[in-house]
Write a protein that binds this ligand. Structure first.
Ligand SMILES: [Zn+2]
Length: 462
């Protein structure tokens, strides 16, 4: 792969020299040396490896189906200075030439040029269910990536597919680090996909969002000194998110996925996937269980990277089911139903697992908040107006859950906007009702700092 550089407008003879130089039959004696043509060697991988003119020349020839070699030349203005883009645009118009930038070529190649190849497929029984695992190799940098696939491969092309893009995190995924939520995200995604029966986790082996393991650990050192995640990466000179979804898109193309239900809490990831022939038909929030260890991390990520964590809290709901329904699959199915109910009303769901909440709701099977990902979307007294659309939406969801046959207990606590776990009174009142009653009947009397409890036990308070 070669290109020939010349700073003059090439004459017929220089074209001829270039052509003879790439002819495999040419021997050194055929060429006059030193000449005025400078041979350059393009990097393997072309502009995706090095965004240079040499690579661009060779890529263009190859994409045109020709021998990967070319002649590059810089165009001079009549006064002898080098032509810059505005002059080149004019020059191209004058001579009816096509003009592209190296950036155009890079984005074209990322979209249409394949560099990720399937190497192997095997069965992958895991503690989260039975999957197939596909191994891929990136021909440009020899990195290896995985797709963990659930369901009939033929259906991947014909149905919307649950997809999670996961970036490798050795410390989280494999070593159980509590500095981040990567392992929980991965496991939650695998469980969601197992429960749905059709889906793909694209596992991109780009450690620490592409900054590498050593740099990630250096960022941890900075965090130990008091910086937060985003600041620590910025201190090391890395932008907050380096992930390249071109690779993930090629893996999905190989699996024939067309329509995606993307599992993400990160609005930016969606923009990263557009333009690869993949249509995102739905976006499912990943339910992250906040713990004592990761709650500060989650809050930082939400604030700085625009992750979809709740900023306005409306209500905390705790549900328990009859024992036969508490398998992980059943639980995720329930969560998904709740998510759909919430989505219909424009609410987001966030799972709650902090010890204070577990203690407050006496070991419920599932505790979640309903709310919004933006701050100050509800005034502090929103729950006092029966006609308020938020209250009607919330009550509709509660009525639905209470009426469900498998529910054995449902409790809720109203939030006046902020995180309710941060503003609890020392002793909360608890009011008990029967599951045969509708929570919406309480609508005119709802207060914050009271736990409303609906259970099979027929206790009434007055
Ligand atoms: Zn991690």
């Amino acid at each position: 792969m070669m290109a020939f550089a010349s700073s003059i407008i090439p004459s017929i003879s220089s074209w001829q020299v270039g052509i003879s130089l790439i002819n495999p039959a040419t021997i050194p004696d055929d060429l006059v040396r030193p000449g005025h043509i400078f041979p350059l060697r393009a990097r393997i991988g072309g502009v995706l490896k090095r965004a240079g003119h040499t690579e661009a020349g060779v890529d263009l020839a190859r994409l045109a189906g020709l021998y990967p070699a070319g002649v590059i030349c810089e165009i001079q203005n009549p006064d002898g200075s080098m032509a810059r883009l505005p002059q080149l645009v004019k020059y191209a118009q004058e001579h009816n030439l096509k003009l592209i930038s190296i950036a155009d070529l890079i984005s074209y190649r990322l979209k249409y040029d394949r560099f990720v190849y399937r190497e192997s497929v095997c069965k992958f029984p895991s503690q989260f269910g039975d999957f197939q695992i596909y191994a891929y190799c990136n021909a440009l940098d020899k990195t290896e990536h995985l797709a963990i696939v659930k369901g009939d491969p033929a259906e991947l092309a014909t149905k919307p597919v649950l997809v999670r893009m996961h970036s490798e995190c050795l410390t989280g995924d494999a070593l159980g680090s509590m500095r981040c939520d990567c392992r929980m995200q991965l496991q939650a995604a695998l469980k969601m996909i197992e429960a749905h029966g059709l889906g793909v986790v694209v596992y991109l082996r780009q450690e620490g969002r592409g900054i590498g393991l050593v740099n990630k650990l250096k960022a941890y050192t900075l965090q130990d000194m008091g910086l937060d995640t985003v600041e620590a990466n910025e201190r090391l000179g890395f932008p907050a998110d380096l992930r390249d979804y071109g690779m993930g898109a090629q893996i999905l193309n190989d699996l024939s996925v067309k329509q995606i239900r993307l599992i993400t809490n990160n609005p930016r990831k969606i923009a990263g996937l557009k333009g690869y022939g993949l249509e995102i038909v739905d976006r499912l929030p990943l339910l992250i269980e906040a713990t004592d260890y990761n709650s500060v991390y989650l809050a930082t990520k939400a604030k700085k990277l625009g992750h979809l964590l709740l900023q306005t809290y409306l209500i905390t709901v705790a549900v328990s089911w009859q024992s036969e329904t508490t398998s992980p699959e059943a639980r995720y199915e329930k969560l998904d139903k709740i998510r759909y109910l919430a989505q219909e009303n424009g609410f987001l769901v966030q799972e709650e697992a902090r010890p204070i909440a577990i203690a407050l709701f006496s070991n419920a099977d599932l505790i979640f908040h309903l709310g919004f990902d933006q701050i100050n979307l509800a005034n502090a007294y929103w729950y006092q107006d029966c006609e308020h659309p938020y209250l009607q939406g919330v009550m509709g969801i509660l009525d639905n859950l209470v009426a469900s046959l498998n529910t054995s207990r449902l409790e809720f606590l109203i939030a006046p906007g902020g995180d309710p776990m941060n503003s609890l009174q020392i002793k909360l009142d608890r009011q008990n009702y029967s599951l045969s009653q509708k929570p919406s009947a309480l609508c005119n009397t709802i207060e914050s700092q009271i736990i409303y409890s609906f259970s099979r036990i027929e206790t009434y308070n007055n």
